[in-house]
Design a protein around this ligand. Structure first.
Ligand code: KG4
Ligand code: ZN
Length: 354
């Protein structure tokens, strides 16, 4: 054990004995530079998010090199603001939690390096948080009484998993996408429809003006009675619909296509996750990840859960897309288990979650 690790372990033991844990959390896995101060895993003292969306919009998607460089510029001011907003000074912290993966490697490295530097300089325990576990934990911030076990659908730009949350830090995979993540499918179809990045919110807005019945898309692979699902067939069907119409010189109502596509995604995700919850005998179904900001999905899952006497939870909008408060919440559970990360901690683009 290095001198730092000995010091951090001693500090962690003291904090656990005293109780009342205050963590600084850092998240830089994609295009948001975020920092938060979270007390006891559920009380958000500050939550600062600097989004890079305007920078990437003109390219139609996240440019990794631009993301990394912007994180480098923003990380200092964002962390300073999180501490200031919380009214907490560095020496009053009990630890630093940071997203180590999965995500863009250059982006992750900025947060991980900054957290390591801070932890080393202050002798603070370092906690390594998986981004997906962070998304799931966002639910605890909105529902302080929520406790495992429950079943959670995590639908983000890079992942779509149905997960059995057995304990705060123990997860089991129940089902997953065989190809595109739900958010990725939203982003790709939005692009085909000529909508700006990020596609999900823009497509949701357009869909609200259309009718799914006028442009229905069928379930295909997803009709199988299994928990895995797929969006590539749906994506191809939507693209073919638009191209075929263009070749024939026919016009398509983009809002109807957006509504039909969204309806197909929402019904697949709802059907599979409710099925998973029932198969597990769970009493609660939760939703997390960037796509959980979609109002059609939230409403459909809430209604389907109610029909099956399941409690339904999803994070308030601030905690749906990437933020550091959720990392502080997940980090707290790891802190209580004494999960001290070494200073050799590295970013991991493909960090395994399950
Ligand atoms: O969790 P997140 O912020 O970042 C990742 O971890 O990937 O998720 C971002 C994804 C993007 O694909 C974005 O288009 C999608 O979530 N998203 C939405 C909505 N808001 C964000 N998809 C559908 N409807 C929305 N309202
Ligand atoms: Zn995310």
């Amino acid at each position: 054990m290095s001198a730092y690790e000995e010091k951090a372990a001693a500090r962690m033991r003291e904090s656990l004995k005293r109780g009342g844990i205050t963590l600084l959390a850092i998240e830089t896995s994609c295009d948001e530079t975020a920092a938060a101060v979270v007390r006891n895993g559920r009380e958000v003292l500050s939550n600062v998010v600097h989004t890079q969306i305007p920078l990437h919009r003109k390219y139609g998607g996240v440019v990794p090199e631009i993301a990394s460089r912007n994180h480098v510029e923003q990380i200092g001011p964002v962390v300073d603001k999180a501490l200031k907003d919380a009214g907490v000074r560095l020496h009053e912290l009990d630890g630093v939690a940071v997203t180590y993966g999965p995500g863009l490697i250059g982006a992750l490295l900025v947060g991980v390096s900054y957290a390591k530097g801070l932890a080393f300089a202050e002798g603070l325990p370092l906690i390594a948080v998986n981004h997906i576990a962070g998304h799931i934990a966002a639910n605890y911030l909105t529902f302080p009484d929520l406790e495992p076990p429950f079943v959670c659908l995590v639908a983000s730009g890079g992942h779509s998993h149905i997960v059995a949350v057995e304990d705060y830090c123990t997860f089991r995979l129940l089902g997953r996408t065989r190809d595109d993540a739900a958010g990725e499918a939203f982003d790709k179809i939005a692009r085909v429809l000529g909508l700006p990045y990020p596609g999900g919110p823009a497509l949701e807005k357009l869909a609200a003006e259309g009718s799914a019945e006028k442009e229905p898309f069928h379930a295909g692979f997803n009709a199988q009675p299994i928990l895995d699902f797929s969006f590539s067939g749906l994506k191809t069907a939507v693209i073919n619909r638009i191209h075929t119409a263009a070749q024939r010189g026919e016009s398509v109502d983009r809002a109807d296509v957006a509504a039909g596509f969204q309806e197909a995604v929402v019904s697949v995700l709802t059907e599979k996750s409710v099925r998973a919850a029932l198969e597990q005998g769970a009493s609660t179904l939760a939703l997390a990840g960037g796509v959980s900001a979609n109002k059609a999905l939230r409403a459909r899952m809430a209604a389907a859960a109610r029909k099956r006497q399941l409690r339904f939870c999803c994070p308030e909008f601030t905690y749906c897309t990437d933020n550091a408060a959720m990392i502080g919440c997940a980090g707290h559970a790891l802190f209580l288990r004494g999960a001290l990360a070494p200073l050799s901690l590295n970013g991991s683009a493909n960090a395994q979650f399950l």
